[in-house]
Design a protein around this ligand. Structure first.
Ligand SMILES: CC/C=C\C/C=C\C/C=C\C/C=C\CCC(=O)SCCNC(=O)CCNC(=O)[C@H](O)C(C)(C)COP(=O)(O)OP(=O)(O)OC[C@H]1O[C@@H](n2cnc3c(N)ncnc32)[C@H](O)[C@@H]1OP(=O)(O)O
Ligand SMILES: Cc1cc2nc3c(=O)[nH]c(=O)nc-3n(C[C@H](O)[C@H](O)[C@H](O)COP(=O)(O)OP(=O)(O)OC[C@H]3O[C@@H](n4cnc5c(N)ncnc54)[C@H](O)[C@@H]3O)c2cc1C
Length: 536
């Protein structure tokens, strides 16, 4: 019924909405949100209120001057009892005049690192009344007399966040394809230095260091696209089960969505920054689009769940799985490897060997965390303090778990798809899987030395494998980014345009600057000249 009322109006854009959960005082700790929704059975309304400054909603995208409705997350009070945070759909502006409604204070939060078009806003309520059916009642309900009907699963309130986190993994694949396209095309056009006096300046793409900076971004885009597809399929399956009242697989989805969102956003932000830096000064131009792209990707490390907090959520699941598995109980498919108690096998410099190695690292780290927590608790430390003192290791265990999931999924999905591909295309995709896997083995070689039987000669061989792969991938690099098929209008980059006219585009963009409208800018007459004449 509520969906019939709101969804059609939202689909045809009569309702422009946003998700107003975060407040000035709380973004992570949702149970600490201060906005209240108090039920008045006499009028069958909820009274929304922002009791403090820190209760003001702060950050929701589009809230400042665009949205006329929003989903507000507030502490639900009825019959004198606080039932915790619940979602409400609330009209905040007049649909004709767009004026804020009486009792609503709304505005712009100010300049940000990037996302300048996101119109993030603040929102406060002064005893603002909304009808009872404003409470989104799919999970919990408040009856006309104020009786609260509990949801069958309180965490379903958090479902929106799982959905967005799942989407973000695929978003990161897209953003990395943009960064890799810009930086690799520019690296094919840019010639610099003279390593061989009797030869012309080479393409910077031929410097192996440049390949090391860029090819991992290209491979990661494919790895995250494939992992994002797998995660979406998992989300659809869990959501279907939830619809029929079965929430058994939700905890696993929450845990894997948290660590994949955290690791893919952190990787995307750092690799887009590497793409920017690999383009030298021109990568620092706004017209290259790389600084804007960095601003967008680094924001994802914060929104929809700050990365550390999410990695700790996954760690919470891994520790619980370890404790469960140690009692002989079955574990979820993504965490089942934690109970592999077989002896550490002889190291193999193969994809399967490296993937197995990352699973050993993750299981070893989780076991170390459990041991440290148990030891601290036995010494009289509270569980909460023991958890906090172990939290650096817990985050590392989550990252290792996430990497094992990405490596295994990337390899399995490309192997599965390869049968339907032409041999040359299959070969290139396998090279990207190989590069991605060996890159991370070298990045985390310390962990592999701690938890597997990898030896020095294996590491030397992996380094050589990596350098050979850079050489093999080089001839196909421009073709691989062209295959992302990103139009110039989408790339929006002087460095990444398909025609490679970088220098002409840089100059064309520069000449558009208002500061080039006249040969002597007014600042000379207002400031420089008086200063030079000692008059300032
Ligand atoms: C896709 C993007 C679109 C386009 C990209 C372009 C532009 C994007 C522009 C802007 C960005 C777009 C959207 C961003 C919008 C936002 O940022 S919305 C706000 C997001 N905020 C958060 O994510 C808040 C994060 N905090 C939390 O989730 C919780 O506070 C917490 C879980 C961290 C802690 O809460 P607690 O109540 O303390 O929980 P707990 O005690 O740790 O755990 C309790 C149990 O509940 C389980 N659980 C927690 N969360 C979930 C969940 N989401 N789903 C399922 N289960 C959950 C948890 O596992 C615990 O279970 P136990 O069995 O272990 O008790
Ligand atoms: C571009 C952008 C768009 C956004 N859009 C929206 C939106 O549309 N709607 C919306 O509701 N919100 C939105 N947000 C807000 C976003 O969801 C929050 O900023 C995010 O959830 C983090 O919360 P916080 O800002 O309170 O950070 P905090 O939680 O205060 O984090 C600050 C630091 O404290 C640490 N910390 C916090 N809790 C713990 C813990 N338990 N253990 C260890 N460390 C901890 C964090 O790791 C971090 O280092 C947006 C934010 C950005 C940047």
């Amino acid at each position: 019924e509520q969906q019939e009322k709101w969804v059609p109006r939202a689909v045809n854009m009569e309702i422009i909405g946003t998700y107003a959960q975060t407040e000035l005082g709380h973004g992570t700790f949702l149970r600490g949100l201060e906005t209240t929704a108090t039920y008045d059975p006499n009028t069958e309304e909820f009274v929304l209120n922002s009791p403090t400054l820190t209760a003001y909603k702060w950050w929701p995208g589009g809230l400042a001057h665009t949205a006329n409705h929003c989903v507000v997350v507030a502490q639900l009070h009825s019959k004198g009892v606080n039932h915790g945070v619940h979602p409400f759909i609330v009209q905040i502006r007049d649909e004709d005049t767009h004026m804020p409604l009486p009792g609503v204070k709304v505005g712009e939060i100010g300049p940000k690192l990037s996302f300048s078009t996101a119109n993030n806003g603040f929102l406060g309520f002064d005893n603002f009344r909304v009808p009872r059916d404003s409470m989104l009642m799919k999970n919990a309900q408040v009856l006309k007399d104020g009786t609260y009907v509990k949801s069958r699963l309180s965490k379903l309130t958090y479902g929106t966040m799982v959905f967005i986190r799942v989407m973000i993994v695929t978003d990161m694949a897209y953003y990395l394809s943009v960064g890799a396209t810009i930086a690799i095309r520019y690296s094919a056009v840019r010639h610099q230095s003279k390593p061989k006096e009797n030869e012309p300046e080479p393409q910077i793409l031929d410097y192996v260091t440049q390949q090391h900076k860029l090819f991992i971004a290209l491979a990661s885009s494919h790895a995250f696209r494939v992992t994002g597809q797998w995660l979406w399929t998992t989300f659809v399956r869990v959501n279907k089960a939830l619809t029929s009242g079965n929430a058994d697989t939700l905890p696993e989805l929450h845990a894997v969505a948290c660590c994949l969102k955290a690791v893919t956003t952190r990787d995307a932000a750092s690799m887009v920054e590497a793409c920017r830096m690999s383009c030298g000064g021109h990568g620092y131009m706004t017209s290259s689009y790389l600084p804007i792209l960095y601003g967008i990707t680094t924001a994802a490390c914060t929104y929809e769940g700050e990365n550390t907090v999410l990695l700790l959520q996954t760690a919470r699941s891994l520790v619980k799985a370890w404790q469960k598995g140690s009692k002989g109980k079955p574990l979820s498919p993504t965490e089942a490897y934690l109970m592999d108690k077989s002896p550490v096998p002889k190291w193999e410099n193969t994809l399967d060997g490296i993937i197995a190695g990352f699973r050993r690292v993750s299981a070893g780290k989780v076991q170390d965390c459990v041991s440290k927590i148990d030891k601290l608790v036995k010494m009289g430390t509270s569980y909460e303090d023991a958890w906090n003192q172990t939290s650096v290791r817990l985050v590392a265990a989550s990252e290792a778990h996430s990497r094992a999931v990405i490596l295994a999924t990337f390899r399995a999905e490309v192997s599965r798809a390869a049968a339907a591909l032409s041999p040359p295309l299959a070969r290139v995709l396998h090279q990207l899987v190989h590069l991605y896997t060996v890159y991370w083995a070298l990045e985390r070689v310390g962990d592999l030395l701690l938890y597997t039987s990898i030896a020095e000669r294996d590491v030397q061989e992996l380094q050589q494998q990596y350098e050979d792969l850079l050489q093999k991938i080089r001839p196909n690099t421009v073709g691989l980014v062209d295959a992302f098929d990103l139009r110039d209008e989408i790339l929006n980059s002087t460095l990444g345009a398909y025609d490679g006219r970088v220098y002409e585009r840089l100059m064309e963009e520069a000449l558009k600057s208002p500061l080039n409208a006249e040969p002597v800018n007014q600042s000379f007459h207002k400031y420089l000249k008086p200063f030079m004449q000692g008059k300032l």
